[in-house]
Design a protein around this ligand. Structure first.
Ligand code: ADP
Ligand code: MG
Length: 414
């Protein structure tokens, strides 16, 4: 099946081509027709398989066609996402898909001034991509009119229907017309959430589930090493220094730990950046944009960044701490191996974290490959780092020595 086989607006076809998409991914293949026909959809497909365009393409094409019949512009589609970064990312994809069409998307999220967002809303839009909090603020102030919404999309649907968000989503649904199309997209889903999801869509909703047994992208190589909590930073240092050209995304359990790991890396002369909920929105965006562009190479993140974010060419995802929620493993490692790319996911598991590893393996249904790593494997770095009284010159010499050893070892392996 080619994109040109679908009854899509010509302009949208051109945009798809310009974005470099040659043929639909499985989830796109299965979603485009039902969405064009106006059916409800519950779609589960692995990370990085193009879910955004799976709903973006038919939604934009449909609105463009209706504009051709000279219909007026009003808000008719609302897409809810869990994070601000994801709202921005989806808007970028929608803007690309809607180039040279009459379809307009507006993006709203919290943590920044609302005035520019209000201005854009007043100018008029067809599609709203938003996080729940700011949406309600602007609904109550009268700037967002949900009365004529005919399509609701929940991206990362299982998360949007989970504890932290469900009340918001239920409140939102109450404000929407009853007769509408509802689309849920996600990479993971639990039984409980599935039941809830079914209660929110029409009875004859279509269910699409691609590779349900293995929610992780097929392109990711997984490994886990057993490593003491206190030694984790040394092994991270080694991974970073042995892969100087690589883009590495490191996940930690808490905001405080993110800053702590960054400090530890700074002491080891490794540059890194952090992204988490305690940072200003504009810093979060800058750090993410730099990492996306490859200006920075090491990003330390909490689970805020685990879902949905599409970063080109992440070579390694390091689970410095294992996630508390097993499904977050899938989302974290899904930041690499996107589209056709390959990726590596390495998890550090301390003694205390073994039950979490078990939960992850039960959730994914796969055993993660054990990497045998001993203290000697990163002994050089430990010796060096513990000697805090070295002069800078001595330190520089030692770093040079270590790097030489590492590169020799790499040479041998090649
Ligand atoms: P998901 O939401 O499933 O995790 P995304 O929608 O973020 O995945 O897409 C992942 C990547 O795949 C993006 O970089 C996107 O540009 C790319 N992509 C999407 N559809 C196609 C396609 N048909 N052909 C090639 N690449 C695609
Ligand atoms: Mg997505």
């Amino acid at each position: 099946m080619k994109f040109t086989d679908y009854p899509l607006a010509e302009e949208v076809q051109k945009n798809i081509h310009q974005m470099g998409f040659n043929k639909p991914t499985d989830i796109q293949y299965k979603s485009i027709y039902p969405i064009l026909r106006g059916e409800d959809l519950l779609a589960i497909a692995q990370t990085g398989t193009g879910k955004t365009a799976a709903f973006g393409i038919p939604i934009i094409s449909r609105i463009h066609d209706s504009h051709k019949k000279k219909t007026e512009r009003f808000l008719r589609t609302v897409i809810m996402v869990p994070t601000r970064e994801l709202a921005i990312q989806l808007t970028e994809v929608f803007d690309q898909l809607a180039r040279k069409t009459k379809v307009k998307t507006v993006c709203i999220y919290g943590g920044v001034e609302q005035e520019p967002q209000i201005k854009r809303l007043i100018k008029g839009a067809d599609i709203l991509i938003a996080t729940p909090g700011r949406t309600f603020d602007l609904v109550h102030q009268g700037f967002v009119d949900l009365k004529r919404i005919d399509t609701l999309v929940l991206d990362e649907a299982d998360h949007m229907l989970d504890l932290g968000f469900i009340k918001d989503i239920q409140d939102l649904i109450r404000l929407l017309p009853k007769n509408r199309q509802t689309l849920f997209f996600s990479a993971t889903i639990t039984k409980k959430i599935k039941r809830l999801a079914y209660s929110l869509v029409k009875k004859n909703a279509i269910r699409i589930q691609i590779s349900p047994k293995d929610p992780v992208s097929q392109n990711v190589k997984h490994s886990v090493c057993f490593i003491d909590m206190d030694d984790k930073r040394f092994f991270l240092e080694r991974i970073i220094k042995e892969n100087p050209e690589s883009k590495i995304l490191v996940f930690v359990r808490t905001k405080v730990r993110a800053e702590r790991v960054k400090k530890a890396l700074t002491r080891l002369n490794v540059e890194s950046f952090t992204i988490h909920g305690d940072k200003e929105q504009k810093d979060r965006l800058k750090v993410l944009t730099d990492f996306k562009k490859g200006i920075s190479q090491v990003l330390i993140a909490t689970d805020v960044t685990a879902r949905g974010i599409d970063i080109p060419n992440v070579d390694y995802v390091v689970n410095y701490d294992l996630p508390e929620e097993p499904e977050n493993y899938v989302h974290r490692v899904g930041r690499t191996g996107r589209g056709k790319n390959k990726g590596d996911a390495v998890s550090f598991c301390s003694k205390q974290e073994k039950p979490l590893l078990k939960a992850i393996e039960e959730f994914t249904g796969n055993q993660i490959k054990r990497l045998r790593i001993t203290k000697e494997d990163y002994q050089e770095t430990i010796d060096f780092s513990e000697d805090v009284n070295l002069s800078t010159r001595e330190m520089m010499n030692q770093i040079a020595e270590i790097e030489e050893k590492i590169s020799k070892r790499k040479g041998k392996r090649r």
